[in-house]
Write a new protein. Structure first.
Length: 255
C-alpha cells in the first residue's frame, strides 16, 4: 500500500504475469512429453531378407571352389582326342592322300579298285605290296617288269601302266615320295584289312596281321624307331618262326 492509505496495484499485476506464464508453459510441456509415433513397418522384401537363414562362413569357402570343380568336371567328361598309334591307325590317317585316286572306300577312280578283296588278289603277300607302294609303277617299267604283284592273279595280272595308262606314284622317300617306311606299312595294312576285306582273325590272315599290322607288331615298332628299313628288316627278323620275306626299295618281281 502507498502512504496515505491507497492500496498498491503491483500485487495484482504480478498475479496476472504469473498466470500468463503458467498458462503459456503448459502446452509446451505437454508437447514435450507426447509419445513418438510408431515406426513404419518394413516392406515385405525387407522382412524376407531379415528372416532368411544366413550362409555359414564355412559354406562360403566351399562355394568359392565351385568354379575349380566345374573346370575339372568339364575336363573329365569332354572327349579327349586320342593320338593315332599302331599300324592301322597310322594307315587310316595317311590313306587320305591315296583316296583321291583309289576312292575313300577303295572303290577306285584314277587308281585301281582296292575293296572287296581286289587288292588281296593282286598282292597275296604283304611284302610285295610294300615294295610296289614304295617304288610306284614307273621303276617297274624302267626295269622291264611286265607285271606287278601276283602273275597268276585271278582275273588277270596287272601291268604297271595297264589301268587307264596312269602310273602309281612312288611313296617311298628314296623315290621322291613323302611317306616313311612305317607310314607305308600303315597304309598297306589299312588297305588290306580295313578296305580290302582281309579278316585279321581268320586262319588265312591272322599270322600276317599279327606280324605286320597289329598294335604289338615288332616290325612296325622297329620301322617307326628307325632301327630297320625295308632293305634290312628281312635279315633282322629272320629268327622269327615264320620270318618275313624281302621287301626292298627297288622294283622287283613278286616272290
Amino acid at each position: 500500500m502507498l502512504s496515505g492509505g491507497t492500496p498498491s496495484a503491483e500485487p495484482s499485476a504480478s498475479k496476472e504475469v504469473a498466470k500468463t506464464s503458467t498458462s503459456s508453459a503448459a502446452p509446451a510441456l505437454a508437447a514435450e512429453v507426447a509419445p513418438p509415433p510408431p515406426p513404419r513397418p518394413d516392406p515385405a522384401y525387407v522382412v524376407a531378407a531379415k528372416s532368411r537363414r544366413k550362409i555359414p562362413f564355412w559354406a562360403m569357402a566351399t562355394l568359392s571352389l565351385l568354379p575349380v570343380w566345374a573346370f575339372f568336371y568339364l575336363l573329365a567328361v569332354s572327349p579327349q582326342e586320342r593320338e593315332a598309334s599302331g599300324p592301322m591307325a597310322i594307315g587310316e590317317a595317311a590313306y587320305g592322300a591315296c583316296a583321291s585316286c583309289h576312292g575313300a572306300a577303295g572303290q577306285g577312280g584314277a587308281g585301281r579298285v582296292l575293296h572287296e578283296g581286289e587288292v588281296l588278289k593282286t598282292f597275296p603277300h604283304i611284302e610285295d605290296m610294300l615294295n610296289f607302294v614304295y617304288t610306284g609303277s614307273q621303276p617297274y617299267v624302267s626295269a622291264n617288269l611286265a607285271v606287278y604283284g601276283n602273275p597268276d592273279r585271278e582275273g588277270g595280272a596287272h601291268a604297271p601302266l595297264s589301268y587307264n595308262g596312269n602310273a602309281m606314284p612312288a611313296q617311298g622317300e628314296s623315290w621322291g615320295g613323302g611317306l616313311s617306311n612305317y607310314e607305308i606299312l600303315g597304309v598297306v595294312c589299312h588297305e588290306r584289312y580295313a578296305i580290302g576285306g582281309a579278316d585279321p582273325k581268320s586262319e588265312q590272315w591272322a599270322a600276317e596281321y599279327a606280324m605286320w599290322c597289329s598294335e604289338d607288331s615288332e616290325i612296325f615298332a622297329a620301322l617307326e624307331a628307325g632301327s630297320v628299313d625295308f632293305e634290312t628288316l628281312a635279315e633282322t627278323f629272320s629268327m622269327l618262326e615264320t620270318p618275313p620275306r624281302e621287301v626292298g626299295t627297288q622294283a622287283r618281281p613278286s616272290k
